[in-house]
Design a protein around this ligand. Sequence first.
Ligand code: BGC
Length: 561
Amino acid sequence: MGKHAQTYLVGAVSALGGFLFGYDTGVMSSIQEINQWKGYFHNPGPVGVGVIVSLLTAGCFVGALCAGWLADRFSRRLTIMFASLVVSLGAAIQSGSQNRAMLIVGRFITGLGVGCLSMTVPIFQSEISPAQIRGRLVSLQQWAITWGLLVAFWIDYGCSFIQGQAAWRLPLGIQIVPALILFVAMFFMPYSPRWLVDNDRVDEAHKVLARLRANGDFDNLEVVEELEEIKEAVRIERETAVRSYLELFRFPIRRRVILGVVVQGLQQLTGINAILYFSPTIFKQSGLSENGASLLAQGINGVVNMLATIPAILWVDRWGRRKTLMYGSLGCGTTYLIKAVATAATQHKTYDSEGTLNLNLSKGSSYVSVVMMYLFVISFAMSWGPVAWLYPSEIFPMHVRSKANSITTASNWLFNFVIGLVSPILIKKITWGLDLIFAVIMFVTILIIYVFFPETKNRNLEDMDIIFTGSIWAHKDRRRIEEFDNTNRYAYDIGEAMGQPHAYGIDGGNDMYSGGMYGGKNEYSADKYMFGNSQTTRLSYIDSQRQHRQTQVYMTSYDDY
Ligand code: BGC
């Protein structure tokens, strides 16, 4: 922790954006139940409530799409600041609403800000992190989301005892406080060093890296190395890249866009929000029929969600992304399956006079259902919650990172919207059938992750091209990546032996791997070519004027590495 204290601080401050995300997505779920609110807005029916709740999601979708351009043009840092002001404006309108239209407009505006934050915060965190703690840092935003949900729930609960309209105005308005704290705190936070280099502000980037990595020591080896790597990556990208949205749909970026969209979409298809938003209904169906009991059970759900995110923060960089997601899916799928079986075996549907469905489960089954629901939330919080945000934030090269993330994030919001729309209907209509659908989806995702998603832990953002330019079959491509790592390590050793361990850059294509030492006076590189089963390693030395190139060629076998 000590060494990276500054990075953690910056990551934690920006994570307040996640808090606003969680707070605003959670705040309406109990407000819509209280009489003061219902009375003031003339008892909106299910469609009315649906529109009020989902307009936030619609705003988030649009906000995420716009944020791609903003974060490139004005920086990640200023975009976060701007978005926090938008959230404040939206919250003020919501809180001061005089009629339904005003509330809806307020929700949409807040959504624009939240959507913008949900895309910008993870890439900002990802870009300020060293590779070893990137998973942890981005998971902080997920942790903040769970805190936001939790706090919103309990504030709603506390305020529901207020007699007047403040019962709903207060919870809606109070989020202005964290939004403004985020705005002010970001004044003291640095720009993303990667964004700075991309905008030809290398000296400032150097300063930021020195501050984040080495207490302001400009000459620190790690700082110099990282800066060189970023510069090199940006240089190469400039030579080859077209900076347009069209590039997202072409090789070599298209594959990553698909993976990002899929991982974000699948996160919503875990059904987490069906469980979180509709848990009072589900608890009631499961036999916790008293209002107080189901409310409490929902509150506990929020606490469980927050607590279970902690292991991911601590260990996702060790577990890796693939394993975390696959085990998460296994946990989520199994809990759904058990819940479905327990419900199917004993349910006996009846409807009360208001048309509320009761499943009349046996005591044993209803306990099983409730426990499974908690275990599901734990499985989600340790895996899909954080990793779905982390993965897209780290797989793209600099010049398309924010554009691509605006698309992947928008996909999360789109699926969120769809699930919000259909799950209340399905919960009523097919009860355990919905659990079964989610179970099947979760088991299929294990295969999807295994086959298509390469591991990204411990990689610098600048190395991702190597990971994603091989075969699309991730499970088969591991050998190639291992080879690359070996060559790289080898090149690094050579550089060190030659007394040039300053900076170290890498480059890679489909059938050629190279590792090199750049940034010092001279440049060393080791390239490895593969011809059938035999391999050739070429060690090159180029002096700073690029006048001399000495190359030695070795034929080696794999075992030499
Ligand atoms: C998801 C949200 C969800 C939350 C629950 C986030 O990662 O994107 O839709 O409500 O996790 O903790």
